[in-house]
Design a protein around this ligand. Structure first.
Ligand SMILES: [Zn+2]
Ligand SMILES: [Zn+2]
Length: 117
């Protein structure tokens, strides 16, 4: 695709997204309708356009804002449930139990035992 187009009235080269020319020519297409192509959300039947591309166990997926948030929440919930942490108290106790070890390791973000089977 050329990055230039020619004014149909005076043959001046114009940027391809130009909608008017100094000679007075005006495209009938309003700039508002020339939106970028929207990327659909990976969730079927989701009408919201995707805003992020995230890595999933099966590959990359485009997700809209709501599904992105939902995914983060699900991951956090799953992470806690995998460790038997269901209540706020349990979660806080867990954080307190791992914090000294994290500090000892020099603020490493990895939680000890995280990927132990
Ligand atoms: Zn022109
Ligand atoms: Zn969605």
């Amino acid at each position: 695709m050329s990055i230039f187009k020619t004014c149909p009235r005076c043959d001046t080269d114009l940027p391809s997204d130009a909608t008017s020319c100094p000679c007075g020519w005006k495209s009938r297409v309003e700039p508002k309708t020339q939106q970028r192509e929207l990327v659909p959300c990976a969730h079927m039947d989701c009408p919201t356009p995707a805003i992020a591309n995230v890595k999933t166990p099966t590959g990359w997926a485009n997700l809209c804002k709501d599904h992105l948030l939902q995914r983060h929440n699900e991951e956090a919930r799953k992470w806690c449930h995998d460790r038997g942490l269901f209540t706020i108290e349990q979660k806080l106790a867990y954080i307190r139990s791992v914090l000294p070890a994290i500090r000892a390791k020099g603020l490493s973000p990895r939680i000890p035992g995280e990927d132990d089977a």
